[in-house]
Structures are given as structure tokens and as C-alpha cells.
Design a protein around this ligand. Structure first.
Ligand SMILES: [Zn+2]
Length: 430
């Protein structure tokens, strides 16, 4: 670590303070983009403009499933990647003296759910009680604004990192991770990665995360007129019966002996979610086909491949039941095929993150074993690059009325600015 002189430290923190209003505006600008799956183009364009505004040259990084298919971190895609290229930019120092760093964040957001349940519309950012409300405000557009503002603050203080700093804005963190994988592979490996993902109800640093497998189960029933319904098999009822079997599986995977020590004390860390149901044609016809979509968690110490085999076995057992005789049951895997991962909390970058956060906020980052996942696994599992995944305090992540604490965002900005200055060292701004 290169010690930062007190004058530079003060100048950086003053610059972050002067940029607080600007940061809130930039966050509102990003939240206004509905960047759900397949609709990320506007947010990606905005990120390219943000990088250009920092004096960097944004470049597009395509996600090419054919090129990634052999990689162990690849997940089968859900939709085409055309028109949704990731965006990256690299700061090059005049003289590289410090350690290089990647600042990574995903622009995609999960669906807003029933928009009428939101107090204010999900893509119309609203500030109430020191929090910004909107889909993606917490997960993770505030974190993205934090790293952008941290870099801008160094510049305002007349400084810049004395090492290469990559910025990566990626798609599909919420369903495959393929955007992160493609971007990681397209750029040189760095000495560390910072991903400012939010902490749930607290400022947190991710210590571990589960894996996730997405499965789609399609049941084709035996269609008949409802007056003869006992002669047929109702595809929706059959699909629900297959999905119901996963409750036992979920219970088994959460038994104490199956829980990795990193997740001790976490209530029910392995979750199976019945996320989507489609099917049926007409209220007076026995439905011929139904499809359910499942998200199945993978405990640390287990693998996505074993989970996939478990799913195939459970579906085959369900299909063999007498009640499903005459139906066709098919399972396919599209979306997450993601392994779990532990982060090295003793890595220099994590120690520095905790120290910088303590100085910037007066508080402490809590270690957080996450029951969801991040793009951090790619760097940790496939590149052995230390990852510090920490970000602002957010509430109702993936829920209704998602929000982020603006003071917490500013704290994370100060933390990243100090971390970047110490990790990379600083030189006079170009
Ligand atoms: Zn996220």
C-alpha cells in the first residue's frame, strides 16, 4: 500500500463532499433507465457517456455465447445479446507505480413486479427521508455512481490513480453473469476487483455467496374437454405437482450437515423459488401444456453441476408417478448455472476496504455471507483475483419500493476514493 499524504487525503474527501449533489443527480439519471433483461441499451449508453465524461475512452465488449460456451462459468443464455454490448473503459497512468484495480458493476435490474404496488413509479426516482426509491437504485446503480464519483473526486483534487484502473459496466448479473464473464476475459487481469453491490439493510462486505441454477420444466398433459376431465391429465396441476417436490429437496439442502461453515447462523440459506408459471389455453379446456421456472440455490461446498443432476433426478421421479401417466415432462436449463464462491477476506483489498470504510464512515463493514450471488465469483473462481464486494445500504432489493440510503452511498464513495488512492497510489492529474 502506498501511504497517502494527509493533504491529498483531505483534498479527496473535500472533493467527494462537493460532488454529493452531482452524485445524486447521476443516480437519478441511471434509475430512469428501465434496464430489465433485454432493455439495457439506454443504461449502457449512459455508462459510455459517464466514462467519456471522466476523460476515458469507452469501448464496447460483446457477449459472444459461442466464444464463452466452453468456459466453466458460462450459463446458457435466455435472450440474444445483439444491441446489448457491455461497456468498459481503462485509465492508464503516466507512470504505473501502484497496483491495478477493476471497478465493476452491473447495469441490469430485476423486473419491477406489480408497478401499482410502488409508492412512486419504479423508474421515476424519488428522494424521501434521505433515501432514493426506484428499481435498481440500490442494486446496484448507487454503487456504480460511487465508483464514478470516487474517480471524479481524485481528478477534482488534482490527482489520478498511479496504476491502471478498469471500469466495467455489464449486463445479466441477475440471470446468467455472461456479461461479466465476457468483459473479464476481454481485459487484462488486474491486481484486485471492487464490486460495489449493496448490503441488505446494512453496509456489508460479501464474505461468501451461494450458487444458483435456473431450470424450466415443461409438462404436456393429456387434453380433453372438461366434461371428460377425469380421462385427461391437467398440465398445470401436473406441473405444480412436479414443482412441489422441490420443497423436500429445499429442506434437505438446508439441513445443518449440508451447510458450509461460512453460512452458519444464516437462516435458510439455500432457497428454491418457483418464479414463473405459464400454461393453459381456456377456462373450459383442460390445459395441454404448462411450464414452470425454478431458481435453485447451491450451497458452498456443492456445485451447480450436482444441483443440475439433482433437478433432473427429481423431475424424472415425479414424471414416473402414476398420476402423471401419459404426460410428457421435459426439463431444460437456461439462465444461471453458477457455482457458489467464498471470498478471501484476508486479502489486502478486503483489509483495505474495511479500513477505508471505517475512516470514511466511522462505522464497520459487516461480513455478509449472501444467499444470492454477484459477478464476484468470476474473478475469484476463474482468475484468482481478490474481490472486495461492498456497497451502500439498500432496502427491498428485488422487492417493491427498493431504496438506497444516500448518506450510505456517499460513505461508499469516500471509501472507494481512499481505497483507490492507496491501492493504486496517486500522481498529478494529466
Ligand atoms: Zn446486484
Amino acid at each position: 500500500m502506498i501511504p497517502l499524504d494527509p493533504g491529498a487525503r483531505r483534498a479527496i474527501l473535500e472533493a467527494v463532499a462537493a460532488l454529493e449533489g452531482d452524485a445524486v443527480e447521476r443516480l437519478a439519471g441511471l434509475v430512469r433507465h428501465d434496464s430489465t433483461l433485454g432493455r439495457e441499451a439506454g443504461a449502457l449508453e449512459a455508462m459510455a457517456a459517464e466514462y467519456a465524461a471522466l476523460g476515458l475512452s469507452p469501448r464496447r465488449v460483446p457477449t459472444d455465447p459461442a466464444a464463452l460456451a466452453g468456459h466453466p462459468g458460462f450459463s446458457p443464455p435466455l435472450v440474444s445479446y445483439a444491441g446489448r454490448d457491455n461497456v468498459a473503459a481503462v485509465h492508464a497512468p503516466r507512470e504505473a507505480r501502484g497496483r491495478s484495480l477493476a471497478l465493476q458493476g452491473h447495469v441490469d435490474v430485476v423486473p419491477e413486479g406489480a408497478a401499482d404496488l410502488w409508492e412512486t413509479p419504479p423508474y421515476e426516482p424519488s428522494v424521501r427521508g434521505g433515501r432514493m426509491y426506484g428499481r435498481g437504485a440500490g442494486d446496484m446503480k448507487a454503487g456504480i455512481v460511487s465508483y464514478l464519483t470516487a474517480f471524479r473526486a481524485l481528478r477534482m483534487a488534482g490527482l489520478q490513480p498511479a496504476a491502471a484502473v478498469q471500469m466495467q459496466a455489464v449486463v445479466e448479473e441477475e440471470c446468467t453473469g455472461n456479461g461479466a464473464l465476457a468483459t473479464m476475459l476481454a481485459l487484462p487481469r488486474t491486481d484486485a476487483v471492487v464490486i460495489p453491490e449493496p448490503g441488505p439493510g446494512m453496509a456489508a462486505i460479501y464474505s461468501a455467496e451461494v450458487g444458483v441454477v435456473w431450470a424450466w420444466i415443461t409438462v404436456t398433459g393429456r387434453p380433453v374437454h372438461v366434461r371428460d376431465m377425469h380421462a385427461g391429465v391437467n398440465a398445470i396441476e401436473a406441473a405444480m405437482a412436479v414443482a412441489g417436490r422441490f420443497k423436500d429437496y429445499e429442506n434437505e439442502r438446508n439441513r445443518a450437515e449440508n451447510i458450509h461453515p461460512a453460512f452458519r447462523g444464516v437462516n435458510h440459506p439455500v432457497n428454491v423459488n418457483l418464479g414463473t408459471v405459464e400454461g393453459g389455453e381456456w377456462n373450459s379446456s383442460v390445459p395441454t401444456r404448462a411450464r414452470v421456472g425454478l431458481r435453485v440455490g447451491v450451497m458452498l461446498g456443492y456445485t451447480a453441476a450436482r444441483t443440475r443432476a439433482d433437478i433432473e433426478r427429481i423431475v424424472a421421479e415425479a414424471a414416473a408417478e402414476p398420476a402423471l401417466r401419459g404426460t410428457r415432462v421435459a426439463v431444460e436449463f437456461r439462465g444461471f448455472m453458477a457455482d457458489p464462491c467464498a471470498f478471501d477476506m484476508e486479502a489486502d483489498i478486503c483489509r483495505l476496504a474495511r479500513r477505508a470504510y471505517a475512516e470514511a464512515s466511522g462505522g464497520a463493514l459487516r461480513d455478509y455471507p449472501a444467499t444470492g450471488l454477484t459477478d464476484g465469483r468470476f474473478f475469484a473462481l476463474y482468475q484468482s483475483t481478490p474481490v472486495a464486494c461492498f456497497g451502500p445500504e439498500a432496502a427491498e432489493i428485488h422487492g417493491i419500493d427498493e431504496s438506497v440510503s444516500l448518506e450510505s452511498m456517499h460513505s461508499i464513495t469516500r471509501s472507494i476514493a481512499l481505497l483507490m488512492a492507496e491501492w493504486c497510489g496517486v500522481e498529478r492529474a494529466a
